[in-house]
Ligand binder design. Structure first.
Ligand code: FPP
Length: 255
């Protein structure tokens, strides 16, 4: 673990995840079942985001990473993409001060250059305003893809090699991991996907290598504190072995 890792992550107990990552799926189906436009599902999804951020903060979970917009989501109908962008802008305008007051550190991962200048400016100023906050690290993945992340890290290392500052033989998993978007955080202990699909969908491909995976049929707008508790209970009941045997893990715990 990096020397720069804040104490709250180092001290985390094993039954509570230090970092939770969520694919928030099912907004469209939630809206469709109510004969509402898809964007109504996304709006309701923002309420679920607020609930989960509050619950994670209250529990002392160190980091929460949410997949808000994937690099593939540009393929959706133009009107839906436009409405989602408007929703991101209005949500940031409305929520950032309250996140700041609550000590949340907000950051964005992904290629933000594709977003309009107004949204980019809001992202930058939210990061600046909340950058020193001591509480929950809330990462919003926007125009993010796991393959993009790994490719970008590789390109950075290749540039160092080309400049003669790094020997190719010195490239290790740790060096590559240090160039990834969430390098300053522990990898997610718990990955949650709502909406019934059981896929990772190009989310944090590298960082999910040892995460516990939790899938639920609950649609994202219906996800509430009770749903989060169920996921946390499931996590607490699992034995994380990281390649060791169950007996070895029990011995370490008992030591
Ligand atoms: C997936 O549901 C949801 C999205 C692609 C958008 C998620 C965005 C939000 C919840 C808003 C969050 C906003 C901020 C600022 C964090 P879907 O549309 O794929 O649902 P479906 O599978 O039922 O069609």
């Amino acid at each position: 673990m990096s020397q720069l890792m804040p104490q709250k992550f180092v001290a985390g107990g094993s039954s509570l995840p230090r970092h939770v990552a969520i694919i928030m799926d099912g907004n469209g189906r939630w809206a469709k079942s109510r004969k509402l436009p898809r964007v109504a599902g996304h709006r309701e999804g923002v309420k679920a985001v607020r609930r989960v951020v509050e619950a994670c903060s209250a529990k002392g979970i160190g980091a929460l990473t949410l997949f808000a917009f994937s690099s593939e989501n540009w393929r959706r109908p133009r009107t839906e993409v436009g409405l989602l962008m408007d929703l991101f802008v209005s949500t940031l305008q409305r929520e950032v001060n309250s996140l700041h007051r609550n000590g949340v550190r907000l950051q964005f991962i992904g290629d933000r250059e594709a977003f309009n200048p107004k949204l980019q400016a809001l992202m930058d100023s939210a990061e600046q305003l909340t950058g020193e906050n001591p509480g929950l690290v809330l990462s919003i993945a926007a125009n993010y893809g796991g393959r993009w992340d790994i490719t970008r890290a590789t390109r950075r290392l290749a540039a160092q090699v080309a400049a003669g500052r790094l020997d190719a033989a010195e490239i290790t998993p740790e060096r590559l991991a240090a160039e990834l978007s969430l390098a300053h955080l522990p990898e997610p202990d718990l990955f949650i996907r709502t909406g019934g699909e059981q896929r990772v969908s190009n989310f944090l491909l590298w960082q999910l290598a040892y995460s516990e995976l939790y899938f639920t049929d609950t649609l994202w707008p219906d996800f509430d504190q009770g749903s989060l508790e169920q996921a946390l209970e499931s996590f607490a009941g699992r034995q994380r072995r990281f390649g060791r045997t169950g007996e070895q893990v029990e011995q370490v715990k008992g030591a």
